[in-house]
Design a protein around this ligand. Structure first.
Ligand code: KG4
Ligand code: ZN
Length: 369
């Protein structure tokens, strides 16, 4: 279905692939910018806090409980009635399978009950299309996805057309921030706490590794970094019997600087590759929870300035997991003629670039590619 002269589409989106249960309503009329009418997110941090990571079974059960409530809240917040919804978009992967299944089942029930179309959405495509939702960025553009579960460079050419230039071969940066926080006794999620503590630290005190820096290509690695941090921490404890505030701050600052260096260098490589292919659209967009980090943002902005490239980062609420991005990606897919039926499957893995080789590993938040 293609949006006609003065057509309006109202999409209800559902997201439950990790530890956020979310529902949102997005509306788009021909020739106008898309509008987020409501976006509800119920996090599960409290449920998983005691376990030091997301427990898939607990997450799935909580999603099943919270999905209906989230849909009701999204409807109430938007003032839209269920009968006004044109299609249901739902994250069908990649992610923790129990959670994805909860969302897909809920979406199937709603679509069947209302007699309206169902559109399965790739969670990563949701993140990758967010710059179009927030800033109407035109295709193609270069995308850096950095979160607790993902880290990849993608060229976005259409709602179903992505080329992956590279990605992490082990941990995602958010995971590395979370582990660093855990090793230093800082609260979760680790990203914001490490960033805050790093402000009063010396980034040069510890020379942490910058893995894969000298290798060609855009692949990244972050697992060696936490091992180096662990060793540095243990060396201080062995020598002085404990960590001072300053030790902690210096460890955080040195760790963060290593992440910034790696991301900056690899982004420069990816940008060069992208600009060689699409010199007319110099745009780099970043999304994912780690994009909230101001040192990382500043590093990426420097690279963009060097190559006269526009830098866009969605507002934080839309960088982290949410359902508005799923509703919007579903809207684009639907407009492009895609529709699913009751056979829509929940997929733990679902690479965006069908031609790229599978990435290694599966983080605490599910599959990375
Ligand atoms: O996108 P997101 O909400 O969830 C997924 O992983 O899909 O990202 C969460 C991750 C966590 O690992 C968190 O520590 C990290 O993003 N994060 C940050 C910052 N804020 C959140 N990492 C570095 N600096 C931050 N300011
Ligand atoms: Zn995500």
């Amino acid at each position: 279905m293609v949006l006609g002269m003065s057509e309006t589409l109202t999409i209800l989106g559902l997201e439950s692939s990790c530890d956020d249960t979310a529902a949102a309503i997005v509306r788009k009329s021909t020739g106008t910018a898309p509008e987020i009418l409501s976006s509800v997110v119920h996090g599960q941090n409290d449920l998983h806090a005691a376990f030091g990571g997301v427990v898939p079974e607990i997450a799935a059960r909580a999603h099943a409980e919270k999905l209906d409530i989230s849909v009701e809240e999204a409807l109430a917040e938007s003032g839209i009635k269920l009968s006004e919804i044109d299609a249901i978009a739902v994250t069908a992967g990649p992610g923790l399978i129990g959670g994805v299944l909860s969302g897909v089942m809920c979406a199937k029930g709603l679509a069947a009950g209302l007699g309206i179309p169902l559109v399965g959405v790739n969670h990563l495509a949701g993140h990758a299309l967010t710059p179009r939702l927030t800033d109407q960025v035109a295709y193609p553009y270069l995308m850096l996805l950095v979160s607790g579960g993902h880290c990849q460079f993608l060229i976005a050419r259409g709602p179903d057309e992505f080329t992956r230039l590279g990605g992490t071969i082990d941990d995602a940066p958010g995971e590395a921030f979370d582990k660093t926080a855990r090793l230093l006794g800082l609260p979760q999620p680790g990203g914001p706490s490490v960033e805050t503590v790093a402000r009063s630290g010396d980034p040069k005190r510890f020379a942490f590794p910058r893995p894969l820096m000298d290798r060609p290509g855009c692949d990244l690695s972050f697992s060696g970094l936490k091992t180096a941090l662990l060793r540095a921490r243990d060396a201080i404890i062995a020598e002085k019997g404990g960590l001072t505030e300053q030790d902690r701050a210096d460890l955080c600052a040195s760790f963060q600087e290593a992440v910034v260096d790696v991301l900056r260098k690899k982004t420069e490589r990816a940008l060069k590759e992208y600009l060689a292919l699409s010199p007319d659209n110099p745009v780099l967009a970043v999304a994912g929870g780690v994009a909230a980090n101001s040192a990382i943002r500043a590093g990426l902005e420097t690279v963009c300035a060097k190559y006269q490239t526009q830098f866009t980062a969605p507002p934080l609420k839309l960088c982290t997991d949410n359902a508005a991005m799923i509703a919007y990606a579903g809207l684009e897919r639907f407009q492009a003629g895609h529709q699913d039926d009751m056979h829509l499957a929940a997929r733990p893995r679902w690479p965006l670039d069908k031609r790229a080789p599978a990435m290694l590993g599966s983080g605490k938040k599910g599959a990375k590619a």
